[in-house]
Design a protein around this ligand. Structure first.
Ligand SMILES: Cc1cc2nc3c(=O)[nH]c(=O)nc-3n(C[C@H](O)[C@H](O)[C@H](O)COP(=O)(O)OP(=O)(O)OC[C@H]3O[C@@H](n4cnc5c(N)ncnc54)[C@H](O)[C@@H]3O)c2cc1C
Length: 453
């Protein structure tokens, strides 16, 4: 008889994990607190998108879903388009020719993964909120969010894929020697929309991620298939300017007119969206261990919630599923060593991407508008093109090099920083950045084996 596996959370990671485990012939049930979004979604609701890149695609490919997702719902974004205060544009490719990150609809991808899980025999139970966990039996206790009716299931294994505020992790927090930290950054975010053009086309360049870097804050925009863009303002809660200083729609509008005039001109529903869309917080969560008794494991945001600035939260959660599946192949159902190796492998990578994501926030909001930073990127790109075996830019290591662990990417990035600090300190670097002298210096500073994927 197949082992029974219960997953809490039918979000992006829980649904994909369901597909993986059902394909390995486990008897999988998912318990989700919310109603079935596939039935309740109102036509014309807000579209919220996220960037899917190589790590997520690798994980989807392992269960045969990458091509389907790319074909049916992805818009490739080949470059960053930076908008300055006057509306002038500068461009920065994401990777080599043809490399792109993909804008996908969060709800569309989630629905596709739930459909796939069900096609493979997974049962999804909606409106069931996990309330408590018994780690010994093991057992999960639920409360129906509508009726309040309580129920208990006793699977062989439990996976907590119930997101940043995981109930399974909450139960683990009450156990001995469980470490946990939660940090809210000083910025939150608000989503706004640039609607499609009258003919259904795009009002800005379609195949790009747009950024309005403004020092301590920024606006970004990703394209949707219907011609609209979902814009996200990352903004401090307190101080000047901040969500609290812009305490009226008029103030927000005049602030946008000053800082993001070209975007505001395209936002036909700005006033209503500013008033109605929430200010949402951003949290970093770290914890350890991720598993208990060879019976319970955390995965995705439940084990490592990060800020969204590298576009890697979902991608890293999908990578968790892929790594888990590789370990399942190695260990079979020898769960204790499997869980142990899973957490030992993934914890350093979760920590690394958490740090890298904060670092990328500073780069995106601040440095993409900075002449030294842009020059440094140009020197790196030129060198990487000529000596690909010696240098892969950090962004590419994280985004396009799925075979390089996040922790390895971070370590290589630190070494690259040391080299670039010396290069950027060379006299007159702005004049001679593409000279033989700079190239020779870089070759001197970089070891034979290089800093590449
Ligand atoms: C503004 C923003 C932008 C982002 N952009 C990107 C991006 O571009 N690229 C990227 O890779 N990542 C991005 N992310 C991160 C990404 O959204 C998360 O990493 C991803 O959603 C994690 O998936 P998950 O399934 O682990 O958790 P979730 O998506 O949070 O799903 C958890 C599920 O569990 C359910 N649940 C919660 N509690 C319970 C309970 N007690 N019982 C039962 N069910 C429960 C929830 O209802 C939910 O369905 C972004 C995040 C934010 C906030």
């Amino acid at each position: 008889m197949a082992e029974k596996i219960a997953i809490t959370g039918a979000g992006l990671v829980g649904s994909l994990l369901g597909v993986y485990l059902a394909k390995r012939n486990f008897d999988v049930s998912i318990y989700e607190r919310r109603p079935d979004a596939r039935k309740t979604q109102l036509a014309g609701g807000r579209s919220i998108n996220l960037a899917l890149s190589d790590r997520g695609l690798e994980a989807l490919a392992r269960v045969g879903l990458a091509d389907k997702v790319l074909r049916e719902m992805a818009i490739p974004m080949y470059r960053r388009v930076m908008h300055d205060q006057e509306g002038n544009l500068t461009y920065q490719p994401y990777g080599k020719d043809g490399q792109a990150i993909n804008s996908v609809s969060r709800s569309g991808l989630n629905a596709l993964l739930m459909d796939q899980a069900e096609e493979h025999g997974v049962e999804i139970h909606f409106e069931q909120a996990c309330a408590e966990v018994d780690f010994e039996q093991p057992a999960l206790h639920f409360e129906n969010v509508l009726s309040g009716e309580k129920s208990t299931v006793k699977p062989h294994r439990i996976f907590g894929a119930d997101g940043a505020f995981s109930a399974v992790r909450g139960a683990l927090q009450k156990t001995d020697r469980f470490s946990y930290s939660q940090h809210y950054i000083e910025h939150g975010y608000k989503e706004l929309t640039i609607p499609p053009a009258k003919d259904g086309g795009f009002l800005m360049e379609k195949n790009a991620l747009h950024i309005w870097p403004r020092g301590n804050y920024m606006l970004i925009a990703l394209p949707n298939p219907d011609g609209s863009f979902t814009c996200t303002l990352f903004f401090p809660y307190e101080g000047d300017p901040s969500f609290s200083s812009l305490d009226s729609t008029e103030k927000a509008r005049s602030f946008f007119k000053e800082q993001f005039a070209d975007a505001l001109a395209l936002m036909s529903d700005f006033d209503q969206e500013w008033e109605e869309n929430p200010n949402s917080s951003l949290v970093i969560i770290r914890c350890y261990p991720w598993t208990k008794n060879g019976k319970v494991a955390l995965i995705g945001d439940a084990s490592h919630a990060i800020v969204p600035f590298y576009g890697q939260g979902m991608n890293s959660g999908f990578e968790d599923c892929l790594v888990f599946d590789q370990l399942l192949e190695k260990h079979g159902t020898n769960w204790e060593p499997l869980f142990e190796e899973y957490q030992q492998l993934r914890k350093p990578d979760g920590d690394a991407i958490a740090d890298l994501a904060m670092r990328n926030f500073v780069e995106m909001r601040d440095l993409t508008g900075d002449a030294d930073f842009l020059l440094q990127k140009k020197i790196e790109a030129r060198f990487a093109e000529k000596y690909p075996e010696r240098w892969t830019p950090l962004y590419s290591l994280v985004t396009f090099s799925a075979q390089t662990r996040y922790s390895e990417a971070q370590a290589l990035g630190q070494k690259q920083d040391e080299v670039m600090a010396q290069i950027m300190a060379m006299p007159n670097i702005h004049e001679k950045w593409d000279s033989a002298e700079v190239e020779t210096k870089m070759l001197e500073l970089i070891p034979e084996q290089g800093f590449s994927a």
